[in-house]
Write a protein that binds this ligand. Structure first.
Ligand code: GAP
Length: 533
């Protein structure tokens, strides 16, 4: 599947629109249209239900080291700025960027890739941002050396396409949009948090930040939840909500946006069993994507290398998907499952911890005082049965609602052949979304707009509507109506035809197999319930 086919289907059918489109758009921001909003809600609802409301607190789940409880939270987007100092985001949440003095464009240092090439006695590193990396590098190199396509053999390549981070001397680098060498600046740090001012009279002392993750809202409410509920460790707190990151190079549709939604769990457990819980959550979350239709062949769980780990983490496994916009063999992160140890609770108690020391110590300023003060509140846990007091360790499965939605869309997009009304095979585009995720669960059609068929079809629509999101359509040829629903990802179409008027049965067409079965009109609700739940 080509990514531009999916992007155009999303626009055409009302899944996704560029934000502020009539004003030329705003890079890194996306709006979900009528079908998109339903799909994303279904993704979030499936997560919330599977992780929280349907979770059995009393029984040990398969693969888990014991029984556990799950509760939810909805914390604010803007929080006390001290939270971001203690969490490490104020000091450490940055990317490195390089600017091009010639094109005035800005790039993420680690995302620019290129290849060494020699021609006419000169060796340079040619960079690219294009999906077809090698082709683009070659085009750019030929232009730079003033060579024609037919002289491409004069280019002598050295090594594979690698990241710009492997290049020390930027004077030999040709920027992706530059004509001259050495126009990229040295990498500079860029904090990803959006800053805002709280209050009408606010000045810089009143600066606050839009949260870059939902996780910190959970940590700072840990004590409130312990005090207001009867949860005992091990337990998890889950939250779904918007997060904001001023990404230097937002790209790949919604994959890297500046405003996005996260679905995060902070799971609190005893330090001695934390490795087992870490394993449990990695497996559990991986399986969730498979259950909702992602193909095992396109999904992988990859452990972070030690130098890749975030400042708080002693182990992270990324659940990754082979998105079609990535080069063959490459995967993009859907979700990170991190072992955060006691980093966050201790930081919010004591002050910002120094991730370079082991065990973590409070980071001190030049006067020997804590660099950023913690809340000073006791965030330890006291086990009422054993009497043991300790700071729980945290396992964090952190998923992106937009990335999951995008992966489900990519997986679902299919082109196959189906017979039209005359039996002739035609190419059809179909979104094979899992029925739990499909925005519309069933479409109801009268075959023709006469002979009492619309009345019966509306009767079915009204019987189903209180239970499922169903859609009524009587316009145009029935074949065209089927095709529209295939593109929208609707798993079932219910059609009232001539036979309905005679024997009170309707056809139910399956989107994927194209099989049609007849059921009694009064059994439609039960039949749909069986198929969809
Ligand atoms: N609390 C940990 C945390 O935020 P992360 O790996 O930075 O970890 C977790 O983010 C998930 O949030 C990612 O796996 C991804 O699904 C989603 N995410 C992160 N940045 C994103 C962005 N710019 N656009 C869309 N989704 C993003």
């Amino acid at each position: 599947m080509k990514m531009d086919q999916l992007v155009s289907l999303c626009k055409r059918r009302g899944y996704l629109f560029q934000s502020s489109e009539i004003y030329g758009g705003l890079n890194g921001f996306w709006d979900y249209g009528p079908l998109g909003v339903e799909l994303k809600r279904n993704v979030k609802e499936a997560w919330w239900r599977d992780m929280i409301t349907a979770h059995d607190d009393l029984d040990t789940q398969p693969g888990a080291p014991g029984a556990y409880e799950m509760v939810g939270l909805d914390s604010t987007i803007i929080m006390h700025p001290q939270i971001w100092k203690c969490s490490g985001h104020y000091d450490l949440f940055h990317d490195y960027m390089v600017d091009c003095r010639e094109s005035k464009k800005r790039y993420r240092h680690d995302q620019l890739r290129g290849r060494w090439v020699t021609a006419k006695g000169k060796t340079i590193f040619v960079t690219t941002q294009a999906e077809d990396e090698q082709d683009d590098i070659q085009r750019h190199a030929l232009k730079f050396f003033n060579l024609r396509n037919k002289n491409a053999e004069q280019l002598q390549w050295d090594g594979d396409v690698v990241s710009l981070t492997s290049v020390d001397d930027l004077t030999q680098v040709l920027g992706p949009d530059a004509k001259e060498l050495g126009t990229l600046t040295d990498p500079r740090e860029f904090n990803l948090m959006f800053k805002t001012i709280v209050g009408a009279l606010g000045n810089d002392d009143d600066a606050a930040f839009l949260r870059p993750e939902t996780a910190q809202g959970i940590f700072v409410n840990f004590k409130n939840i312990l005090d207001s509920t009867r949860v005992r460790v091990p337990f998890g707190i889950a939250q779904i909500g918007k997060s904001f990151r001023n990404e230097i190079t937002p790209r790949n549709f919604t994959f890297r946006s500046r405003e996005f939604e996260q679905m995060e769990i902070e799971f609190f457990c005893h330090p001695d069993s934390s490795r087992e819980w870490y394993q449990y959550w990695r497996d559990r979350r991986f399986q969730w994507y498979l259950d909702l239709g992602l193909d095992r062949e396109r999904l992988q769980l990859r452990d972070h290398d030690p130098d890749e780990l975030s400042h708080y983490s002693t182990g992270t496994g990324d659940i990754e998907y082979a998105f079609p916009f990535l080069p063959a063999g490459e995967y993009g992160e859907l979700e990170g499952v991190a072992h955060r140890g006691d980093f966050d609770l201790r930081s919010h108690m004591e002050g910002k911890l120094d991730p370079s020391t082991d065990p973590l110590e409070v980071e001190l300023n030049e006067h020997g005082q804590p660099k950023w003060r913690g809340s000073g509140k006791d965030l330890t846990y006291r086990d009422d049965l054993s009497g043991e007091k300790y700071t729980p360790h945290v396992i964090e499965p952190s998923a992106g609602a937009d990335r999951a939605t995008l992966a489900f869309l990519c997986e679902a997009f299919t082109e196959d052949e189906a017979p039209d009304e005359k039996g002739k095979l035609q190419t059809r585009t179909v979104l094979r979304l899992h029925p739990r995720l499909a925005p519309i669960k069933a479409a109801i059609f009268p075959l023709v707009k006469k002979d009492g068929m619309p009345e019966l079809a509306k009767q079915i629509y009204r019987a189903l509507k209180p239970h499922f999101n169903v859609f009524y359509d009587e316009k145009g040829a029935v074949g065209r109506r089927y095709r529209r629903q295939d593109e929208a990802g609707t798993p079932y179409c219910i059609t009232v035809d001539g036979q309905t008027v005679e024997d009170n049965t309707v056809t139910i067409r399956d989107r994927d197999s194209l099989e049609q079965s007849r059921v009694r009109l009064e059994d439609c609700v039960d039949e749909m319930r069986q198929k969809l739940t």
